[in-house]
Design a protein around this ligand. Structure first.
Ligand SMILES: Cc1cc2nc3c(=O)[nH]c(=O)nc-3n(C[C@H](O)[C@H](O)[C@H](O)COP(=O)(O)OP(=O)(O)OC[C@H]3O[C@@H](n4cnc5c(N)ncnc54)[C@H](O)[C@@H]3O)c2cc1C
Ligand code: SF4
Length: 511
């Protein structure tokens, strides 16, 4: 039977059972499409990474004797629409059955469900064979519960996969979570190795995007494109991480520095989200390396890393499928302000924002705490519309695919889901940023000053946010201490904070 099999840009799983056998009756289809380059304005490096990875994956399949139809963006046959391309191919190749792997994005899932209903040949969908939990595992795990605490889901996953366990119920090292050892500021006491970089020539793809008029954001050094785009690249980044970075991963997981774009972070998110690497092999490789080097690497570094992938990553995917499509529009705090222009230019006097945004514009990357406690924190404190915030995060990061972007942004960072993902809003004054980073000493503003023209803007914004939104947090135990401090603040000081916050929100160009 002549079959057409669709491979989406984030389904580059070399180990998928589809490719274990060779069937001359199967035609694989991959396409670079305006539908995908234009649904949000992406960072140029993100588009380049996907196109490069897709092309390399198509060549890998062809080298193994599979039949692949690949449409580049400017291919004359390319209608730029997924469903129209599929219809055309079904007719052209006399296809008798269409097959696809279940997409991770709701948007594409819906599109293919509608397509399935519209064609008159059999259609089969299958799993991507990538994640360690199914779309509905989390929903079943939390059935009947009002709270969806990540930690419990993570423990269940540790037991299910027997990862760092000493028996079927007790974790290795005597505790589940070593988070408290993972909160150091980096003061230059350890050498941070250069990232495992690449010097790929991306000029042809950049020229193609320019020729076709694709609008992008961010910057690129075209001759030295720096991200892993093949499975071999991904494996080499993973090996490099184990050998050079794992030793301090946990220690400095939350640290920030103006001159260190990656610190001890792995830079594996694109390779995993495009499915070049699978999460289980990443976890197992890291644990094996640690077991062989346990004299040098402590358990807290490894547990911190495993939790991000087995815990947070799988949890976010489950939360996405549990809450979509309503999740895409929730706005519990009713925030409606505009995201400031400096998110696209990096031009602001606030050093933490300038460094984090310029890092994002230069590298299509910022690590978790920069995303959460700098750019996300500022957007929430200034009460920006979560849809605008989502759009920025979905565009700017190399690893941004909706299932993991929106859950982190709208849920964890912007508290727009009313606390399903984050039990308290991730907001802070300048003191947290100062505690975890080396940004403040080079800043135009003074972090220790609470009022006055040169006071850190995060300070006024923080108290203003708490007083504006206090009704939402009154019954939240984790906010009690901050709300009681707010209540004790004298009226004049609070008023000064509110006036300044208003000015910051109305005139972000001045800060
Ligand atoms: C507002 C906001 C938006 C985010 N958007 C995305 C996104 O679009 N895509 C994305 O992959 N991650 C996103 N994250 C999570 C996290 O910031 C990135 O996964 C991480 O920075 C990627 O860099 P790394 O590979 O060096 O990660 P490391 O710090 O080395 O962590 C290892 C891996 O753990 C996983 N991980 C860590 N934290 C999370 C998390 N909170 N959720 C899911 N997986 C996690 C990632 O796969 C990552 O590669 C977001 C976080 C925030 C706060
Ligand atoms: S002083 Fe305030 S604005 Fe400046 S870097 Fe520190 S936290 Fe950011």
């Amino acid at each position: 039977m002549k079959k057409l099999r669709l491979i989406l840009g984030d389904q580059l799983n070399h180990k998928h059972s589809w490719y274990q056998e060779q069937d001359d009756e199967v035609v694989y289809f991959m396409a670079e499409m305006r539908q995908e380059t234009d649904y949000v304005k992406h960072h140029i490096q993100k588009v380049v990474a996907f196109f490069m990875a897709m092309r390399e994956f198509a060549s890998w399949l062809q080298e193994r004797g599979h039949t692949v139809v690949y449409y580049q963006l400017d291919d004359a046959r390319n209608t730029q629409s997924l469903t129209e391309n599929l219809q055309q191919l079904i007719a052209q190749y006399d296809i008798e059955q269409f097959e696809y792997q279940l997409p991770d994005e709701y948007r594409l899932d819906e599109l293919l469900v509608r397509f399935r209903e519209s064609v008159n040949i059999p259609v089969q969908s299958c799993d991507t064979e990538h994640f360690m939990s199914s779309r509905t595992d989390l929903q079943e795990f939390f059935k009947g519960k009002k709270q969806f605490t990540m930690e419990y889901f993570y423990r269940m996953m540790r037991k299910r996969y027997d990862i760092m366990m000493i028996n079927d119920k007790d974790p290795e090292g005597g505790k589940w979570n070593f988070d408290h050892s993972n909160r150091n500021k980096w003061k230059g006491e350890t050498l941070i190795p250069h990232e495992r970089g690449f010097r790929k020539d991306a000029r042809k793809i950049v020229e193609l995007l320019e020729k076709e008029g694709v609008k992008t954001i961010g910057r690129i050094t075209e001759k030295h494109f720096n991200w892993p785009t093949s499975r071999a690249d991904g494996l080499s980044v993973l090996r490099y991480f184990c050998e050079n970075l794992l030793v301090h991963f946990g220690d400095y997981q939350d640290a920030m520095d103006p001159d260190q774009a990656y610190l001890y972070h792995s830079r594996l998110s694109f390779a995993m989200n495009s499915k070049l690497l699978d999460p289980q092999e990443v976890i197992e490789t890291v644990i094996d390396y640690w077991r062989d080097h346990s004299d040098d690497i402590s358990i807290s570094q490894v547990e911190g890393f495993v939790r991000q992938i087995l815990g947070w990553r799988e949890y976010m995917r489950g939360m996405y499928w549990m809450q979509m499509p309503e999740f895409a529009t929730v706005n519990t705090l009713e925030n409606t302000n505009e995201l400031p222009d400096f998110y696209w230019t990096g031009k602001t006097k606030m050093n933490c924002l300038s460094c984090s945004i310029n890092n994002s514009l230069d590298n299509a990357y910022a690590h978790h705490i920069q995303r959460l406690m700098v750019t996300g924190n500022y957007a929430l404190l200034t009460m920006c519309d979560p849809s605008q915030v989502d759009e920025w995060y979905l565009g700017i990061y190399i690893d941004a695919i909706e299932w993991v972007e929106i859950t982190n942004t709208r849920g964890m960072s912007q508290w727009a889901d009313g606390g399903k993902i984050a039990t308290k809003p991730y907001v802070s004054s300048g003191s947290y940023i100062n505690k975890m980073s080396n940004y403040c000493k080079g800043c135009h503003y003074k972090v220790s000053k609470k009022t006055g023209e040169d006071a850190c803007p995060f300070n006024a914004l923080y108290w203003n946010f708490l007083s504006e939104k206090r009704a939402h947090f009154e019954n939240n135990n984790r906010m009690n201490m901050m709300l009681s401090l707010l209540d004790k603040m004298d009226k004049k000081t609070l008023q000064a904070h509110q006036e300044r916050a208003q000015d910051i929100i109305e005139h972000p160009e001045n800060y």
